[in-house]
Design a protein around this ligand. Structure first.
Ligand SMILES: Cc1cc2nc3c(=O)[nH]c(=O)nc-3n(C[C@H](O)[C@H](O)[C@H](O)COP(=O)(O)OP(=O)(O)OC[C@H]3O[C@@H](n4cnc5c(N)ncnc54)[C@H](O)[C@@H]3O)c2cc1C
Length: 89
């Protein structure tokens, strides 16, 4: 699991680190849209931080979607589900 604090981010191993200008954890799509419009770039989304390469590292903004999670809907017959972007498997 990655480590994300008010100022820093690192991947699971700690070998990829970043000190972005902004670390944000929006709670809904409206807040996320505001960030996309106003946050210093480049803006990257952090998932679990399990990637080995600096895909998430940014000197601009790093956003965690961990508060935008959960099941939206599911269809038993088609075996399909819609989940919000921060949902962990
Ligand atoms: C021990 C270990 C074993 C692994 N084994 C395998 C394996 O067998 N096969 C394999 O394919 N991979 C493997 N990986 C790699 C790892 O599974 C993937 O890199 C990881 O699943 C990517 O998901 P993440 O949530 O960690 O993304 P992160 O590393 O956090 O981010 C990766 C990229 O996805 C973007 N991203 C993440 N979440 C979102 C989101 N919600 N919305 C938009 N963009 C997002 C980020 O911005 C970034 O560009 C392994 C990793 C580890 C540590």
């Amino acid at each position: 699991m990655s480590t994300i604090t008010a100022r820093n981010w690192s991947n699971w191993s700690g070998f990829v680190r970043a000190e972005p200008k902004l670390v944000a954890t929006p709670t809904d799509a409206g807040e996320l849209a505001d960030l996309v419009r106003t946050a210093p770039g480049p803006l990257r989304v952090a998932g679990a931080g399990h990637s080995f390469t600096p895909l998430v590292a940014s000197q601009g903004s790093i956003v965690s979607l961990e508060k935008i999670e959960g099941l939206v809907s599911h269809d038993v017959q088609s075996h399909r589900a819609r989940v919000r972007a921060g949902t962990r498997l």
